[in-house]
Design a protein around this ligand. Sequence first.
Ligand SMILES: [Zn+2]
Length: 323
Amino acid sequence: METNRSCKDRKPGRRGFLKQAAVLTGSAVPWPGSRALFAQATKIQTQRLSDKMLLVKGPDSNVLVADSSEGLIMVDGGHSDWFGELHKAIAQNFPGRPYRALFNTHWHREQTGSNQPLGQQGVQIIAHENTMLWQSTEVWQRWSGITFSPLPAVALPGTTFFDDGMIRLGDRKVQYGYMRNAHTDGDIWIYFEDENVLVTGGLVSNRRWPELDWSTGGYIGGMLDSFVSLLSVPNANTSIVPAYGDLMTLPELRAQNQMYLTIFDRLHGSFIKSESLAEILLEKPTAEFDAAMGEPTQFMTLAWQSIQGHLRDPQSTRLLKLP
Ligand SMILES: [Zn+2]
């Protein structure tokens, strides 16, 4: 295996400090994207991108599977709710092929449902260091009220990195890039240069707002910075796999970047006028995008809240308090 210099490998099963707390479900706000609404919908769709690549579109996230000379490489593993359907589809498309590696583009459960079963098979799990850290501890997601228990040691990424790099897996050269403070603080993109396929990670959802998880480092300003990194990768012929929804083209990705710039501009203007969240929502700052992206209240609330942690009282060094 070839990795960049900042890539770290860990032996599984040595994280004795892990807390094995049970999942506590607190007073969860019934957000449109919450798990309860996905409970019955486990229908998946598959799409062949080539004879060695498969896109699986699940009810809450996408999974890309690429075959290599050493076995299957998964980029994200879906939610455990539809693990059975996912791996049945993979087995039908790649009969008899073993699993070689699994990337987590971030820590959310919609991406990490295959970690434990594949980790138990000794499959190499790869992620940004921050993703591994969130997965290895209890996370209280303040905006949803949900507390996520740590993953068991065997399900944690054993290969982590801090910055952009490349890893060789069999005959595949897989490039990855870090998007600092995007929709979490561990978001990465993955690029298969040989087939010109880019997986965006959680920054990009197609026809649905992303869950801007400021509890674990997401920030709308960081999303804009991250588009700069992401847009440096594709060309006009790249197949772009968002975290959710249909494949995208480069013009569609650029249009999303422009959309978030427009929304950020409007939010910024509202902050200068000291408007409340309720006032901002009444002004409908996403109006022209809602037909494509859906009801915006959750996204705008999270975007607004994500800015609070970056504000300082100019008279003080203390952070302003979140209302
Ligand atoms: Zn996510």
